[in-house]
Design a protein around this ligand. Sequence first.
Ligand SMILES: [Zn+2]
Ligand SMILES: [Zn+2]
Ligand SMILES: [Zn+2]
Length: 212
Amino acid sequence: MNNDFEPPALSDTDVLALSVIWEHRRQSKADGIKILLLPFAPCPTCGEIVDEVIIGSQNLATLRQLVTMQPCGHVQTVSDSTLLRLQKHMGEMLADLEDANLRGRGASVEAILREARARTTPDNPEASRNTPDNPPGSTREQLPNDILELLAHRTYLSTACETARLLDGAIIRNPERGDLPGWRDRMHARCRLSQKFTGSACSCHCHKAPAP
Ligand SMILES: [Zn+2]
Ligand SMILES: [Zn+2]
Ligand SMILES: [Zn+2]
């Protein structure tokens, strides 16, 4: 590169929050929602309101993309490896957002930033969720047994599998959307199999062995 100005890289927190907001807006637009889109977080450089984010094409030498905030015009970069590393957090946060939306609780940008910060801050237990020491089915965060015995048991369906089932409905209503079955399968695959705090197994049919 003969360009000596290399814009600074966005922090993990900013990349995660931006990816979640970006994807949520894209999905909302795809669902026909044109007003009350989730707003972007303020510009990380100057703190000004951001109306639009322009993502440039990837630089094939550095595997970085330029991210330009509008209207202030501040440019930062995001790398492929950062996006890959944060992909799982992004999927989980989007599933949680979807869940909140379905329950009529809109998400705030502040809450998304807070969660993004929690998930990307080292030494924060939230940041290591679903890393190898807490794989799907892990009991690490489970409540003590004497407390579990006090809980009324009901069938548990994970957020991921619940969302996958909602996608089944969307697939029937939108047969032209060939991308939906892939999203549904990804949601089923993302299920962590048991409720994090109670250990109840997810009751979704996708975990049952196929009938002989
Ligand atoms: Zn700015
Ligand atoms: Zn499932
Ligand atoms: Zn499940």
